[in-house]
Structures are given as structure tokens and as C-alpha cells.
Design a protein around this ligand. Structure first.
Ligand code: CIR
Length: 254
């Protein structure tokens, strides 16, 4: 069972966050903050001790802490984020993680976003996205292979990060949107599939048998309930406009 999480509040500049959706509605920062508070409260209601870092307005994407580190087996690998505008985000996250875990780092030219890394049982799946390069994958392997984790690269289609279309349900269980990822990297894992039309909902935050899931995806909620989970829907319309999902907003340990 997870017992702590790091989050970072929404900065005043959040409407300038990176987005690949040129024609989307503008981001409502006040609403984003309300939704973020609901997310943090829900995590706390699951018994997670949440440390919320203050935002830094110099970094519009700073609430997406997941991209700043990969955490497994007592180690936090602090990343060098793939987007140049995000490279100043990791130090604050590193400070919080250093009180809990052994820290490893990554230097340019290596780049990697935590959103590309899914830790499941004996492996870390890593998406070969535009944000994560071969040197980033090599550094990931150098840090985690000696700890007994296999690093398995995953070819991606047209998605920002691997975890845009899959996420962990704890242990060897993963939630995966049908038809968007190769099967081989998932061999040996317990895959719960959801329909491709609801692919956005493949990104959930599981804490034991409780799951934060994006609101408005009934087939996914039903599928999770049938798999034995208690589903808490979260409205994240504003972070979604900035290409964010639910896992991006926290780093959960141990
Ligand atoms: C970005 O493009 O980097 C942010 N606007 C969204 C990051 C989302 N992070 C994630 O999925 N792990």
C-alpha cells in the first residue's frame, strides 16, 4: 500500500502550459486549482500522506511532477525532462524525494519524462516518445537493472507519453487501452483492458483497491468495478487541456 505522495500546486501561469491541442478552450486556472484540491483530498482520503510543494510561476507545467522522477525499489531517478521549458522543474521535486529515497540523477544529452515509465512488478516499461531518448533509457537501465527491474522499451504511436494509454493498478496489474500498444512488453502482466474510445481513462491512480479515474468514462469505471476496485471519479478538464492526466499530478511511494 502506498503511504506518501508528492504533488505541486497549480501555478498562476498554468494557462501557458504546453499543449498539443491548438484549438482547445482556454485553461481556467481557478477551476484547475479547485480540481487539483479535489485530487489531493481524494488521495488523502485513501490514507496517503500528501506533501504539496509550492508552485513556481516560472514553470507553467510544474504541477505535472510525475515527469520529474522515476521511483522504484527505494530509489528516485531524477529526470532531465524532454521539453526544454520544463528542465528547471526537477530540483524542487528532488528536495522532497531526497528526504525519503536514495537519489540518482540523469544528465544531458539523456532526456526522459516520468510519464513514459510504468513500473509493474519485475519491469519498467518505458515509452519511446518524443520526450524520452535512447540515452535516457540507457540511464534508466543503469540505475534500475541492478535493483532487479527489467527495462522494456515500448514503441508508441501518436501519444505524448506511454502512460497516456496505460497505467498501474498495483503489483503486476495494469490498465491498458485496447489496440494502441504492442502486446509483447505486457507479457506476464495481468492486463485489464478498456475500450479504445475511452483511451484517455487508461490513466488512473491506484492506491490499494481505490482508484482515481477521470470522470466521464462509464465503460472504464464499470470495468474497474468488475475487477474489484472502488472508483473515485475526478474531474480534470483543465489539466487535460494541458495534455495532463491523473498520474502526472503526483509521485507516489514508497
Ligand atoms: C507537457 O506537455 O509536458 C505538459 N503540458 C503535460 C505533461 C503531462 N505529463 C504526464 O503525462 N506525465
Amino acid at each position: 500500500m502506498q503511504d506518501w505522495a508528492i504533488t505541486r500546486a497549480i501555478p498562476a501561469t498554468f494557462s501557458d502550459a504546453i499543449s498539443q491541442q491548438p484549438r482547445r478552450d482556454p485553461i481556467d486556472v481557478a477551476r484547475a486549482r479547485e480540481q487539483h484540491r479535489a485530487y489531493v483530498s481524494a488521495l488523502r482520503s485513501f490514507g496517503v500522506a500528501v506533501e504539496e510543494l509550492p508552485p513556481d510561476d516560472a514553470y507553467p507545467d510544474c504541477c505535472f511532477v510525475e515527469d520529474c522522477a522515476v521511483v522504484a525499489r527505494g530509489v528516485a531517478l531524477i529526470t532531465n525532462p524532454g521539453a526544454p521549458s520544463r528542465r528547471g522543474e526537477p530540483p524542487a521535486v528532488r528536495g522532497a524525494l531526497a528526504r525519503r529515497l536514495r537519489i540518482e540523477t540523469m544528465a544531458a544529452p539523456a532526456t526522459l519524462d516520468g510519464g513514459d515509465c510504468l513500473v509493474a512488478e519485475d519491469r519498467i516499461l518505458v515509452g519511446l516518445s518524443a520526450r524520452t531518448n535512447a540515452a535516457g533509457v540507457a540511464r534508466l537501465r543503469e540505475v534500475f537493472a541492478p535493483l532487479g527491474l527489467r527495462v522494456v522499451p515500448v514503441e508508441l504511436g501518436d501519444v505524448l507519453h506511454l502512460k497516456c494509454v496505460c497505467s498501474s493498478l498495483g503489483g503486476c496489474r495494469v490498465l491498458v487501452a485496447e489496440g494502441l500498444l504492442p502486446d509483447a512488453p505486457f507479457e506476464g502482466l495481468d492486463v485489464v483492458s478498456i475500450p479504445r474510445e475511452e483511451a484517455y481513462a487508461a490513466n488512473v491512480v491506484a492506491v490499494g483497491k481505490s482508484v482515481l479515474a477521470p470522470a466521464g468514462f462509464p465503460a472504464t469505471h464499470e470495468r474497474l468495478r468488475r475487477a474489484g476496485y472502488h472508483v473515485v471519479p475526478i474531474d480534470n478538464s483543465e489539466t487535460r487541456k494541458a495534455d495532463g492526466s491523473l498520474t502526472c499530478l503526483s509521485i507516489i511511494g514508497p
